[in-house]
Design a protein around this ligand. Sequence first.
Ligand SMILES: [Zn+2]
Ligand SMILES: [Zn+2]
Length: 151
Amino acid sequence: MAEGLTGGCQCGAVRYLIVGPTPPCHACHCRECQKQSASAFGLSLTAARQAFSVTGPVRRWDRPNDLGARTTCVFCVECGTRVFHIDSLTPDRVSVKGGSLDDITLAVPSAHIWVSRKLDWVLLDPAVPTHATQPDDMAAWRAGFSSGCCT
Ligand SMILES: [Zn+2]
Ligand SMILES: [Zn+2]
């Protein structure tokens, strides 16, 4: 594999590579992210789709999102780990699930969204920006975020 950030699913059947700089990361405390991560919050690294490549057996499941668009959720067929999402409004970007990185210490959120749904015991660094829900124009925020303005 070429140089870059690597990761994969829990069983190792699905592997991915993100070339270029480490994409910015945000944490989302919404109910959907709690469900998809089966944990307290979701971690997303927003990468350019062209910088991202994946190998292995994946399946897609898609759901409506609150932007009035659809989120395609991609997971390993073998072990079910959610690996990345694609929002139909920003098809040129992928939202890679932070816990799947080989080096999870690189998944450092530079913003927290949906903190109104945050579990009380999750304590946030006051220096990191938060949004009670999500930025008004989430698609634009993601696009700007992805170019590095929030890092
Ligand atoms: Zn797997
Ligand atoms: Zn969320």
